[in-house]
Every structure is written in C-alpha cells, then in structure tokens.
Design a protein around this ligand. Structure first.
Ligand code: 9MR
Length: 380
C-alpha cells in the first residue's frame, strides 16, 4: 500500500529497469503544498515493466518535460532523473526555465545560463529540444505586467522579446511553442489575465509567429493549448485561426495538444476526432504535455495495482489514438509532462495524492510506461 509519508523512505525494491536511489534526497519539498511528501512503496505487486527504452524503435520524438536551473529536482542535481531522461527519451522540454520570466527577468536583460545548460546537455546527448514558451499570459516577467505604453510600444516590446530569444537559440531547437493558451473553452480569445491580448489584441498571436520565423528559419512553430482534445469550441477556434494563418501566409507548423487529462475523459473517439481536425489542415500534431490524473475524485490514497493497470490502459489508449490518427509525416511527437509522480505540477495544484506520470516517486518504472511502449510497438 502506498501512503503519504512525512519522512523520506530510505530503501526501495527495484522493478522495471530504473535504479532507485536510497533516500531520494532530491525529491522537492517545494512541490508539495501539503505538509508531507508523497512517497510510494515499491511496485512489487504490479504488472511487470519490461521496457528497456521508450524511445528505441519509435519513429517520432518521445519527449519529457524536465526540471532544470535552480530546481531542487533538476536533472543536473538528480542523477537518477537524468538517467531516466537519457534512457527513455529523445526530446526534452524545459518545464519552467525557458518561460518569459526566466529568460527575460528585467527589460533588455536576458538570462540564458540555465537554458543553455539544458540545450547543451541535450545536444551532447543526442536529444532534441522543444522550446517552451515564447509568449504566454502566465509566468510573464514582473516588468512586463507593469509595462505601460501604446499599442505600438507593446508590439515592439513583445516582438523584441521573441526576436532576442528565438535568435539566441536559433539552429539549436527543434521547435517552439510560440504562443500558449490564447483561447478560452468557449473558443473566444482569452482576454482577462492576458496582457498580450489586452494591449495588442488578437494580432499578438500572428505577430509572435511571424517574428519567431524571422529569427529562426528552421524551428517548427507550434500553437499550444490545453483541453484541445476535449473542448470542441476551443479546437474549432484554433483550427479557424490556423486556416486564417494559412490563407495569409502567416507561418505555423503545428498545434500542440497539451493533454493534461483524466482517466476516463475525453473518450478515445473524441481525442481522435480532435486530432483529425488538425491533421486535415496538413500541419503537425504534437502531444506536448501529457499526464493522466487517476485520482480526480480524491477517493484513493494509494496507487493500487488496479489503478496502475487502468492508467497503463489509458496511456495505451491515448498514444494509440495519436498514432492511429496522425500520419507519420505529421507527427510532432509525444511529450510527457514531468519525470516522476513526485515532480508533477498536479500534486502541487490539487493538494491531494495522484500519480499522473510514468515513474513513481521512488523513480521506478510504472505499468504506465509499459502502456506507452506497447502502444508505440503496436501502432507505429
Ligand atoms: O509544470 C509547470 C509547473 O512547474 C509550474 O509551476 C506551472 C506554472 O504555471 O507551469 C507548469 O507547466 C504548465 C505549462 O508551462 C503550460 N501548460 C500547463 C502546464 C501545467 O500547469
């Protein structure tokens, strides 16, 4: 049985192929808004995981979001996390360190050290990098929030941000999330809370794409959002935007479906139908931030073998839906949003136990990992 423990567990049994460190001193307390650490007991009663490498034999990028920079669970601090990345993934996204506030902390001053460390690590180890993110209403820099100027000055400020950053990484990134989360569930533009929409209007989106392409001719450019696999008005708004871009030669190469989803919803049929809408546009479809919550109702306090099995099936279903619907040439890849359950933003947000990722807090491979690997093997 798994539990919420306040003390660090100091031993673990190995199952799957990932060594688990004794003590797990790298598990970040900061990721828990409750007063304890969620630690899982060894997966001894669970179905076997025989995956040697998720990326092996996959003909599409298999990515993971990684903590880096000053994070206590950074892959540059936690050797175990770094090894998981190297063993199983072919692409990385920075979970936080390439956001606006991190790269551009004060106007005109850029801080590329942490991101360069990650991009160099990726290059040295044969991993590609998906940049996240050039323009978003969240995790903006404080100076941007208090910026005051005319519309023209706002455009200038945003375009300069995009130009500086995309130029700095030009030639080193596979792709960028250029704009993140510009639409609401009802398909309208996000107004409240978006300094970009409020000060520039909807044209901030196309301006960000055009500017990014001028600065980096080769990186694939994505529009990225959540609930695109569940909300019809939202995916339809994105599709309309892409059609409009295509008609006016505004560059866009793909749509990123974040896919922070639950165990039961959306259905595989809905997911496929929504992927298909983007496939029909002739551009790429990327799952950019996949994680699967198993405890939305908070009825469970442990990842039981039964829940782990359901999660394995759900990962299998989602990855299969992607591979069945998106032709090989339009696959931007699949990225898992975090390495271990202990790292997941879900835990912090909901303040209740959950196990959304492919490795548990003991850094053991979960049946979910097998589900992804099986789906790739069966559907590619
Ligand atoms: O996983 C990220 C978490 O560590 C940050 O605290 C959070 C801040 O907004 O952002 C999380 O990542 C988000 C991503 O950048 C955009 N899509 C939603 C992700 C989960 O919130």
């Amino acid at each position: 049985m798994n539990k919420i423990l306040k003390a660090l567990v100091t031993s673990c049994t190995l199952i799957g192929l990932v060594a688990c460190g004794s003590g797990n001193t790298n598990i970040p307390e900061a990721h828990y808004s409750n007063d304890g650490l969620q630690l899982d007991e060894p997966l001894t009663e669970y179905s076997q995981v025989t995956v040697t490498s998720l990326k092996e034999g996959a003909d599409l990028p298999i990515g993971v979001a990684v903590p880096a920079g000053g994070a206590s669970n950074s892959i540059f601090v936690s050797e175990e996390r770094k090894n998981i990345v190297l063993q199983h993934f072919s692409q990385v996204s920075a979970e936080n360190i390439m956001k606006m506030d991190a790269l551009h902390p004060s106007q005109g001053n850029f801080n590329f050290d942490a991101a360069d460390e990650l991009v160099n690590f990726a290059a040295n180890n044969g991993l590609s990098v998906h940049g996240h993110v050039l323009v978003w209403h969240s995790q903006t820099a404080g100076w941007m929030e208090s910026f005051s100027g005319s519309k023209v000055e706002w455009i200038d400020m945003m375009e300069n941000h995009v130009t500086q950053i995309a130029t700095h990484f030009s030639g080193r990134l596979h792709s960028w999330d250029v704009v993140n989360e510009a639409f609401l569930e009802n398909g309208e533009y996000r107004d409240d809370g978006s300094i970009w929409y409020q000060n520039i209007g909807a044209e901030f989106i196309e301006r960000a794409f055009t500017t990014a392409r001028s600065a980096d001719a080769n990186a694939e450019l994505y529009y990225n959002d959540y609930n695109l696999s569940s909300s019809e008005p939202k995916i339809d708004a994105v599709v309309a935007m892409v059609k409009d871009f295509q008609a006016r030669n505004i560059p866009i190469d793909g749509v990123g479906f974040q896919m922070h989803i639950g165990a039961d919803s959306p259905s595989a049929d809905t997911i496929k139908a929504h992927f298909q809408k983007v496939v029909d546009l002739g551009i790429k479809v990327k799952i950019t931030e996949l994680d699967i919550r198993m405890n939305a109702t908070n009825n469970d306090d442990a990842l039981t073998p039964d829940i782990a099995e359901r999660q394995k099936e759900r990962y299998y279903e989602v990855v299969s839906a992607y591979l069945e619907t998106v032709p090989a040439a339009q696959r931007g890849g699949i990225t898992i949003w975090g390495i271990t359950d202990a790292d997941s933003w879900i835990i912090n947000l909901y303040d209740q136990p959950d196990w959304p990722l492919l490795f548990n807090s003991e850094l053991e491979a979960k049946p979910a990992l097998q589900g992804v690997a099986d789906a790739i093997a069966d559907n590619q």
